[in-house]
Design a protein around this ligand. Sequence first.
Ligand code: ADP
Ligand code: MG
Length: 290
Amino acid sequence: ATMPPLLSAIANAGRHGVLVKSAVVMERLGQVDAVALDKTGTLTEGSPRVTDVRPLPGSGLEEDELLTLAAAAERPSEHPLAGAVVEAARERGLGLPDAADFTSAPGVGVTAVVGGRTVAVGAPARLLDDPPGTAAELEESGRTAVLVVVDGTPAGLLGIADRLRPDAAATVASLATLTGTAPVLLTGDNPRAAAHLAAEAGIDDVRAGLLPQDKLAAVQEMERAGRKVLVVGDGVNDAPALAAAHAGIAMGRAGSDLALETADAVVVRDELAAVPATVALSRRARRLVV
Ligand code: ADP
Ligand code: MG
């Protein structure tokens, strides 16, 4: 027997490195007319690197001490930024003490007790009403500033840089052509770093500083306006939006387990260009079905 078109399309998507979970999903992917993209790990490579380690004046901490506390607190986290902090500590040959009482808040950061000290690591604007000027300075250059708070006192900042994926701009352009609508960027990161990166990727519509529920609300609003939205994301913070969207695709390599489980499809081979390719495959299959 010849394979039904949607099943052939799933097999073809597999050849592009995309795991589509069902024929229903394969069909929905071709119906989307709007796209919302996550930033960290989706438009960017998701292999961020620590570029700056800056203890705050008066913290009494050396660079290595600051990095040790931050990395120990971040070690249990699966966030790409956490990986960067742990890797930076490893590169400097720093031994990491065990952390206790780890908690993480998607889109905000983490807390843990390290050597009897309570350490919080996360978005400066989420941890403090009035973040230090160094944070804005790092963000102006397109970096993500991460604040480290020790026993309730701001102790230092880390600057983290991630590269745009090489196929990001081309992917944004093909998605715009396929859907007839310019993709929007939904990110938990700060507006300055987000604007910097969006410009490089060719995205005009940027919504930054979003918590997971804000990403969800943005997608729901687009759906209420009659759009069939494709969400592409990788993080725990993207899961509610992935679940609510007409179709959701997760980036698999650095993606969180929750995002991979929630999404309708997973990009297994680490290429963003596989997203428009899969939408195009669905369109073709649907033309054969109907
Ligand atoms: P995005 O939407 O771009 O993927 P997230 O919502 O995952 O970003 O994160 C938003 C912001 O929250 C980050 O830019 C960072 O400032 C902060 N954050 C989240 N998780 C962590 C973490 N584990 N360590 C440090 N900062 C974090
Ligand atoms: Mg992300």
